[in-house]
Design a protein around this ligand. Structure first.
Ligand code: UDX
Length: 437
């Protein structure tokens, strides 16, 4: 089977590479010439564990190709996946210009039956727009070529993208025809050989599932952040509460970890977009509005704890930050709580020293030299008046506290992910604050 994937961002590059790994002939297409040249030269533009080796191998073995020219590959493919970006508009709705541009090119150039599958997260009703654009282009050409549109939202998590794609909990496919259903069944069967968990739905439902799933996960996090803040006020420990609550099989234990707020490219954007979709239809998503509000406040909780500790006098303090990507195993800083905290610390007159195992370059690109970039995690805490732990990278989990205490001006640790044990911190002589404990 031959397929094309348009858009070599996170989703496009991972999907294309994983399909190639299963023996499919994949051409990844992107309008960004630099990105395509980078990939052809064997470099990977994103940080994702295991991806570079898999891209290189499949490229070398001829199953994975890169081009900027979709038209040149259209004749040879059965399915085109569209995995282009849908950045939020100023009002929070998803901007569909790239998705519709792919549809236009598809309509202008197909010569035989081809399926256009949307993998980008798009608002409910987008497939209808995509179909209308293709029909319009075919009409303009004066040809009648059969085609199908389908919706196949992607649920992979950054940092675990390959595993998530290769053995998914489920694959959701929204289709309108038996033929498209058969082709997508064939494509996905190898991933789910022993337990075929493809859920076929109508197209609007498939489009809705992605938003509902991400919004539900974001809701769990904001709910637990709210509970954690209350735990502090009533003297409860959210770690125990989380275990007790999550042991109910109806609730489950995943995604109940309180922290300094969720970030990333998906949760914030999708929650906003779903609120907008509802608004456009005259409906108010009350729960999701609260989810957003809690998250915005939570992003500054470590700053507020620090400010309370120093009685609002942070002028001249040196503050170390461990972890600046929005979560471990990625250099992605989109909507990262670190950006909010850095801004607040600088406004309060602090000197900020940051360390992250992979996101330092990304941080420099985004905010430049307003912070000090430490050479390692221990360099970051040198002379610091506090250490804020923001992202739970593995290397931060068991540090040498003796070295840290000797280095810091004040052995104060504020842990935004609850990775340290409060009792142990007391024993080693660290003043310690977590979330909800
Ligand atoms: C998410 C979805 O999980 C994925 O299915 C979807 O396709 C894209 O969005 P991702 O953004 O890569 O994936 O990250 P995820 O691991 O879900 O974490 C999102 C944010 O939530 C992170 O900032 C993380 O720190 C935070 N989080 C997660 C919590 O604060 N508590 C938790 O219990 C879990």
């Amino acid at each position: 089977m031959n397929i094309a994937i348009v858009g070599t961002g996170y989703v496009g590059l991972v999907s294309g590479t994983c399909f190639a790994e299963m023996g499919v002939h994949v051409t990844c297409v992107d309008v960004d010439e630099d990105k395509i040249n980078t990939l052809i030269s064997g470099q990977i533009p994103i940080y994702e564990p295991g991806l570079d080796e898999m891209v290189l191998r499949n490229y070398r073995e001829g199953r994975l190709n890169f081009t900027t020219d979709l038209v040149s590959v259209l004749d040879d493919v059965d399915i085109v996946f569209s995995a282009v970006g849908t950045p939020p508009d100023e009002d929070g709705s998803a901007d569909l210009q790239y998705v519709l541009a792919v549809a236009r090119q598809f309509g202008q150039n197909i010569k035989k039956y081809t399926v256009l599958v949307t993998k980008s997260t798009v608002p409910v009703g987008t497939a209808g727009k995509v179909k209308a654009v293709i029909e319009e282009e075919l009409r303009q050409r004066g040809v009648e070529i059969p085609f199908d549109v389908a919706s196949n939202p992607e649920f992979l998590k950054e940092g675990a993208a390959i595993k998530d794609f290769m053995s998914p909990d489920r694959v959701v496919v929204g289709v309108e025809s038996e033929k498209a259903k058969e082709m997508l069944t064939k494509l996905y069967r190898p991933f789910l050989l022993n337990n075929f968990r493809v859920i076929f739905t109508d197209i609007p439902s498939a489009e809705m599932i992605k938003y509902a799933a991400n919004s539900m996960l974001a809701t769990r996090i904001s709910f637990m952040n709210d509970i954690a803040n209350l735990c502090e006020l009533v003297g409860a420990d959210v770690n125990m509460v989380r275990k007790g609550v999550g042991s109910d099989s109806r609730i489950g234990s995943k995604f109940l970890y309180p922290g300094c707020g969720y970030g990333g490219s998906c949760f914030p954007k999708d929650v906003k977009a779903l609120i907008k979709t509802a608004e456009k239809r005259g409906y108010r998503m009350k729960v999701l509005r609260a989810v957003e509000e809690v998250n915005e406040e939570q992003k500054s909780i470590l700053f507020r704890k620090l400010s309370t500790y120093y009685q609002s006098d942070l002028q001249g303090k040196i503050i170390a930050l461990w972890g600046i990507s929005f979560k471990p195993e990625t250099d992605d800083m989109r909507e990262s709580p670190a950006l909010v905290i850095i801004k607040l610390l600088l406004e309060a007159g602090c000197t900020v020293k940051v360390y992250d195992p992979v996101a330092m370059g990304e941080c420099k690109r985004r905010i430049g030299d307003v912070v000090i970039y430490a050479t390692d995690m221990y360099d970051a805490v040198l002379d610091a008046d506090a250490l804020l732990m923001l992202t739970e990278w593995k290397q931060f989990r068991l540090p040498s506290w003796g070295v840290i205490i000797r280095s810091m001006r004040k052995p104060l640790v504020i842990d935004g992910r609850n990775i340290y044990d409060a009792e142990e911190m007391k024993e080693v002589g660290v003043e310690y604050f977590g979330i909800g404990r």
